[in-house]
Design a protein around this ligand. Structure first.
Ligand code: TNX
Length: 519
């Protein structure tokens, strides 16, 4: 008996060493700062494993429930929460008592020992990030492999330690819900996916020539008229204020901040068609369902237009706690230049008065900017550099690298090519700081936009976003020195199985040797 146990023991140690994976070999996206392996016996999950948190802290409990729910989804294991189970392995979620300055606001330490896992952070957001890493280390089984309560397949995780924190504080995606409308449920799915990769901002482009997508109580026609159609015609829709709050809350549960955008003074035909007074002629325009840009403008010389902007910004600002309000400001060819400058100046103050920090596309750098205003660099290097010299922070979304509405190559059935093709390697192989020749400190972060002139369904969104968003998530999180295309390509290949099991319609680029069968 003793001999048998001994042989089994030796075998389990050997099998782990020979056949198991070290922590540093696990395919994690984005790549963590530091991963240290240890040669302890693996951590195992079985029916006695318990998640341990301080029950007095309701936010910690929510995080524990999130972890529990996702482990159940991935493996079928229903872990206990704070059970007084002495024998089982434990997963602890803990806030640091004294702040660890290296970890900052979003970093975490994940330690995997034989009997316990500990995730520690300065903040709840950091714990959430640590949980996402742990979920990537755990298997993601397909339906047929999910354990039933009567079974007990053991999960083992390699031991070691991860110390991790982001390079940039803003890692985002933009979704254009104006050119084509997407429902609350569809946006929630997208939020689920983005949170896996530690993306922390979702910018919603809520208005454009083709549609106004958020209810404004003082101007109901914006959605009653301006929300009814989209590119190509046909019925579209809009978010009620309640819907929008639902999105904001769901995002917050995933540590994602919503950044609403009302594009002004151009890209505004949906509003011009809803209310005549916004036009210099005093008459409403017709609704527009084409894809041209640069033809519409608010009548920026009218006082009533500023009152309108103030009310719109005011109502939306009350619906969310997030820091930023995006005012667009791009492609305003239909606005006289001097008036454009005056308009940006006034809008900046309106946004500030409503307690938000303004973001605008890079053209706004032509105006005199408040120090807090953020400039989103999409195509004009000169404007972005001017803003950086002036001390404003830059959000990098340079179209030739970051626009997810660009085709992967000539065979991509949807999308545009005005900024060039963007295959997976191109989406990965660039650095935000050298692009503009400015220092890292001047960069707020990276955001990848998805414009939806040609994107109509959630399947289309997934096809254009995955896998490129994995590149942008890693560029935002991992330092440029640590990034390497060959290594990323290998990790992405491993991730294929997971993307598939998550039900994501990702683009199977031939640049990656997808492994869709594992884990
Ligand atoms: C440029 S990027 C635009 C959008 C279009 C997009 C299509 C930017 C600030 N303006 O209005 O949808 O190109 O790729």
């Amino acid at each position: 008996m003793l001999r048998r146990t001994f042989i089994l023991l030796i075998f389990s140690v050997l099998s782990f060493n020979f056949f198991g994976q070290n922590l540093s070999q696990v395919a994690l996206i984005p790549k963590p700062r530091i991963v240290q392996d240890t040669d302890l016996k693996p951590f195992t999950i079985d029916h006695r494993t318990t998640i341990k948190v301080n029950l007095q802290d309701s936010t910690l409990v929510k995080l524990a429930v999130f972890l529990q729910k996702n482990i159940r989804k991935q493996t079928g294991y229903d872990l206990k929460l704070n059970h007084r189970q002495r024998r089982g392995t434990k997963i602890y979620l803990q806030l640091n008592r004294t702040k660890d300055s290296v970890l900052g606001d979003e970093g975490y330490i994940l330690q995997i020992l034989t009997r316990k896992i500990k995730i520690k952070s300065n903040t709840y957001h950091g714990l959430f990030n640590g949980i996402q890493t742990l979920l990537q280390i755990l298997p993601y089984w397909d339906e047929s492999k999910i354990i039933k309560p009567s079974q007990d397949r053991i999960i083992s995780l390699p031991t070691g330690r991860i110390i991790d924190y982001p390079e940039y504080s803003y890692r985002g995606m933009m979704l254009d819900v104006s050119r084509h409308f997407f429902t609350v449920e569809q946006v929630k799915r997208l939020i689920d996916y983005l949170s896996v990769f530690k993306i922390n901002h979702l910018h919603l482009h809520l208005s454009d020539d083709q549609g106004w997508r958020i209810q404004i109580k003082s101007y109901p026609q914006l959605t009653e008229i301006g929300g009814q159609t989209q590119v190509g015609g046909g019925k579209a829709g809009y978010y009620t204020q309640q819907d929008f709050k639902q999105i904001v809350d769901y995002a917050a549960e995933h540590y994602i901040e919503i950044v609403p955008e009302i594009d002004m003074p151009g890209h505004i035909n949906a509003a011009l068609a809803s209310y005549g007074f916004l036009n210099c002629s005093g008459k409403p325009t017709s609704l527009y369902t084409g894809t041209k840009v640069g033809f519409s403008s608010l009548c920026t010389s009218k006082d009533t237009v500023y009152k309108f902007v103030d009310r719109v910004v005011g109502e939306i600002s009350h619906l969310y706690n997030g820091r930023y309000f995006h005012v667009g400001g791009d492609e305003s060819q239909a606005t006289p230049h001097q008036e454009y400058l005056r308009f940006i100046d006034s809008v900046q103050k309106i946004v500030q008065r409503h307690g938000k920090v303004m973001i605008g596309w890079d053209e706004i750098a032509q105006a005199d900017l408040l120090p807090s205003t953020v400039v989103q660099f999409w195509v004009h290097k000169k404007f972005a550099q001017k803003a950086a010299r002036h001390g404003n922070k830059i959000l990098v979304s340079y179209a030739p690298f970051c626009y997810m509405d660009m085709k992967y190559n000539s065979k991509t059935p949807i999308g545009y090519r005005w900024a060039g093709y963007i295959d997976v390697k191109k989406s990965y192989n660039w650095r935000p700081d050298t692009l503009l020749d400015i220092s890292k400190q001047q960069i707020l972060g990276v955001e990848a936009p998805l414009w939806t002139e040609t994107v109509k369904t959630l399947d289309d969104i997934e096809y254009m976003v995955f896998p490129r968003i994995c590149s942008y998530a890693e560029i935002g999180w991992t330092s440029s020195e640590q990034r390497n295309w060959q290594d990323f390509r290998r990790r992405l290949a491993e991730f294929g199985a997971r993307l598939k099991l998550m039900g994501i319609n990702f683009y199977r680029s031939t640049e990656v040797d997808w492994n869709e069968v594992k884990p």
